[in-house]
Design a binder for this molecule. Sequence first.
Ligand code: UDP
Length: 234
Amino acid sequence: MKRLEKLYEGKAKVLYSTDNPDLLVQYFKDSATAFDGRKKGIIREKGILNNKISSRIFRYLESKGIKTHFVDMPSDREMVVKRLRIIPIEVVVRNIAAGSLSKRMGVDEGAPLKNTIIEFYYKSDPLGDPMINEYHIKAFGLAEKAELKQMEDSALKVNKYLSEFFDERGIILVDFKLEFGVHRGEVLLGDEITPDGCRLWDKETKEKMDKDRFRRDLGKVEEAYREVLKKVME
Ligand code: UDP
């Protein structure tokens, strides 16, 4: 699959058109950002690690019947995906309190939750991705009712299957962010599933194996991503 025109360059990936109008190439970069882009850095070989991790996870989710944009991984940094009309909503799923939830609710990181929490954020860099709810989504026409239902159903299934997947590999899936888009009338899981957008803790030591190592200057960032890749390939 040949990369043609650069369509979009984001913080961690570049999107290219291809000779097939239905397919794009996602190119994974090593750059890392946090706090709405105010912190910038490089995580060596992150692009390669994340492409491999995400490809493995998309393949696993597809095997469980979840529809994703994943098509193929033709090289270390490239993923062929179906072209999506991105729905401008970030879906966050939480199993354990951490990050912004701990801050907002004044609870310790690691505090258990009585049930899984789903949150929605409006995908807008200039606004810093504000939190929204179903009423905002409807009022601003960000997604159709049926699309939102499919996103929620898919997010809960992803949570069930991925929690099991990581648990079998000695990792706790604390929380994660998903993005969805529409391809030929179908809602598909898009973007990537990597330690950039998931909180992953070692089950025994509770050590962080995700982007919090970069956000909080904990060191051994590349090593943690490499360990996640090793575990997901088991
Ligand atoms: N997340 C993300 N992109 C964002 C915001 C959050 O991938 O723009 C992920 C983040 O890595 C974590 C989960 O969503 O796994 C919940 O993040 P949270 O709301 O706690 O925000 P943070 O503490 O990352 O600012």
